[in-house]
Write a protein that binds this ligand. Structure first.
Ligand code: FCB
Length: 459
C-alpha cells in the first residue's frame, strides 16, 4: 500500500487538502486511459487490426516509428495497474474498449477472448472499489471497417450500434457509466482532413461525413445501450480548448468565432438538438468542405452528462478574411507544456461556464485534463514532476471556480493514469502520473500521483 502522507510531500507543493475542501465528498476523482495507447498485445488472442495499427506501421506517420504493439502491456498487467490506481485512491477509471479486440472484423463474429479481457478488467475494478467508465470509441476503428469506408460510410451507424449493444449485453451488469465517443472532432478532422491521425486522409468532405456519422452513431448507440441497461449514464467527451483571438482586431475575433463554430459547436449544437450551427455551415461551405455533402441535421444526442477534455488555450491568428485562413500559434512569452500547449487554467473555468450557460447539460464531467512534461528522476528514484503538480493544482482550482459559479460538475479524470503511446508523437511525450519505463514496463508513481492521492484522500 502506498502511504498517503509524507510520500513525496513537499511544503512547496500546492496544498491538496485545501483544494479538496472545495469539492463535495461524492465528487468523482478518476484516472483516464485508452485501449490503443496502453494495451499492447496487438496480435494476441484473436484481436484484429485497427486503423492505428495500420497507421503506426506506415513509415513516417509516428515519431520514431513508434507503434502500440506493446505499449504499456496493460493487456497482461491490468491487475497491477488496477492495484496501483486503487492504492492511489481512484474512485473511477475511464478506459476504452478496443473494437477489433472484441469484433476482429468490426462486425459479425465476436472474439470471446477479447470480451473475457474486459470482463476480467471490470471485475478487477469492482473488487478494488473503482467505478468503471467504459468508452466505446477512442479512435481505433477496426481496419476491416475502414476498408469499407469507415466512418464515412453511413452503414457505420449500424455497425457501431451492434458493437455498443454487444458491450451493453456483456458488461451492462457491472458498468453504469458509458461514453460513446472520445473527441469526435479530433477523430473526424485530424484523421480525415489534416491527415495526422489514422486513417490519415486529407479530404474535408469526407471529414464532414465522418463527423455526421459519429453524431448519428452516438444517438443510435444510446438507444441500444439503454435497451439493455436502462440505468446507464451515457456521455460523449468533447475536447474544448479555450479559443482566444490573437488580438482585439475584428479579423482575429471573427477567426476565433469561426474556428469554434466549425469545430466545437459543430458537434455541441447537434448533440443538444439544435442542428448544425449556421456560422459553421457558412464557413465550411465557403471553404469548399461541403462539396458533394448533403447535410441534414443529426438527431438529438440525449446526453446524461457531457464529458469535457480540456488541456490548453489556442490563440487564433487570422491571416486574411478568407474562410479557414487562420493559424493557431502560442502567444509570445506564455507558459507552455512540453507539447507546446499554452497553459491557461482560467480557460477551463470559462469553457465550463460557457457550456453550462449555453447548453445547460444535465451534468458535466471533466473526462481528461493533464500535461506532458519531461520527467526528472531524483537520486532516490522518485520522479519529481513538480510542473505537472502545479498544472493539475491550477486546473483543479479552476474547476472549483467553475463549480462556485454554478457549473454542475460531477467528476474529474486526470489524463493519464500512466505514460503511454501519444498517437503520432509516440512514446516521447509523457502524460502519466505514473511513470512507465518502456524497456522493462516498470511503473513508478510520480510525485503528481502522490499529490493527487492526497487530494482524493482529503476530506
Ligand atoms: C486527447 C486524447 C488522449 C490523449 C490526450 C493527450 O486529445 O483524447 O488520447 O492523447 O489528448
Amino acid at each position: 500500500m502506498l502511504p498517503v502522507v509524507n510520500a513525496g510531500e513537499d511544503e512547496t507543493d500546492p496544498d491538496p487538502r485545501e483544494l479538496a475542501r472545495r469539492f463535495p465528498s461524492d465528487f468523482v476523482w478518476g484516472f483516464a486511459a485508452s485501449a490503443y495507447q496502453i494495451e499492447g498485445a496487438a496480435n494476441e488472442d484473436g484481436r484484429g487490426p485497427s486503423i492505428w495499427d495500420t497507421f503506426s506501421h506506415t513509415p513516417g506517420k509516428t515519431a520514431n516509428t513508434d507503434t502500440g504493439d506493446i505499449a504499456c502491456d496493460h493487456y497482461h498487467r491490468y491487475r497491477e495497474d488496477v492495484r496501483l490506481m486503487a492504492e492511489l485512491g481512484a474512485r473511477a477509471y475511464r478506459f476504452s474498449v478496443s473494437w477489433p479486440r472484441v469484433m476482429p472484423q468490426g462486425r459479425g463474429a465476436v472474439n470471446q477472448p477479447g470480451l473475457d479481457f474486459y470482463r476480467r478488467l471490470v471485475d478487477e475494478l469492482a473488487a478494488a472499489g473503482v467505478e468503471p467508465t467504459l468508452n466505446l470509441f477512442h479512435w481505433d476503428l477496426p481496419q476491416a471497417l475502414q476498408d469499407k469506408g469507415g466512418f464515412a460510410n453511413p452503414d457505420i451507424v449500424g455497425w457501431f450500434t451492434d458493437f455498443a449493444h454487444l458491450m451493453a449485453i456483456r458488461l451492462g451488469d457491472t458498468v453504469t457509466d458509458w461514453m460513446t465517443f472520445n473527441e469526435p472532432a479530433v477523430y473526424a478532422f485530424l484523421g480525415h482532413a489534416d491527415g495526422i491521425h489514422a486513417p490519415g486522409l486529407t479530404h474535408w468532405p469526407t471529414a464532414i461525413w465522418v463527423a455526421d456519422n459519429e453524431l448519428r452513431a452516438h444517438a443510435a448507440a444510446v438507444d441500444a445501450i439503454k435497451s439493455e441497461v436502462p440505468a446507464a449514464r451515457i456521455g460523449v467527451a468533447v475536447d474544448i480548448n479555450h479559443f482566444a483571438p490573437a488580438s482585439d482586431s475584428e479579423r482575429d475575433v471573427r477567426a476565433a468565432a469561426a474556428y469554434r463554430a466549425t469545430r466545437d459547436t459543430w458537434f455541441l449544437d447537434p448533440l443538444f438538438g439544435r442542428g448544425y450551427p449556421a456560422l459553421g455551415v457558412e464557413q465550411h461551405r465557403a471553404a469548399g468542405h461541403l462539396e458533394g455533402v448533403d447535410l441534414s441535421d443529426p438527431p438529438h444526442g440525449r446526453l446524461d452528462y457531457l464529458g469535457v477534455n480540456y488541456y490548453r488555450q489556442e490563440t487564433v491568428h487570422a491571416k486574411s478574411d478568407a474562410p479557414f485562413d487562420w493559424e493557431v500559434r502560442p502567444r509570445q512569452g506564455i507558459e507552455l507544456t512540453e507539447m507546446g500547449w499554452e497553459v491557461v487554467p482560467e480557460g477551463l473555468t470559462a469553457g465550463l461556464s460557457w457550456l453550462q450557460r449555453d447548453y445547460a447539460p444535465s451534468e458535466i464531467v471533466i473526462t481528461e485534463n493533464g500535461a506532458a512534461y519531461p520527467d526528472r528522476r531524483a537520486a532516490d528514484g522518485e520522479v519529481q514532476d513538480d510542473d505537472r503538480v502545479s498544472y493539475l493544482a491550477r486546473h483543479i482550482a479552476a474547476a472549483a471556480d467553475a463549480r462556485d459559479a454554478g457549473v454542475n460538475l460531477r467528476g474529474y479524470f486526470v489524463w493519464s493514469l500512466m505514460d503511454n503511446f501519444e498517437w503520432s508523437l509516440g512514446y516521447g511525450k509523457r502524460f502519466g502520473v505514473i511513470r512507465v519505463d518502456f524497456e522493462d514496463q516498470r511503473r513508478t508513481p510520480k510525485r503528481s500521483a502522490r499529490w493527487y492521492q492526497r487530494l482524493i484522500a482529503a476530506k
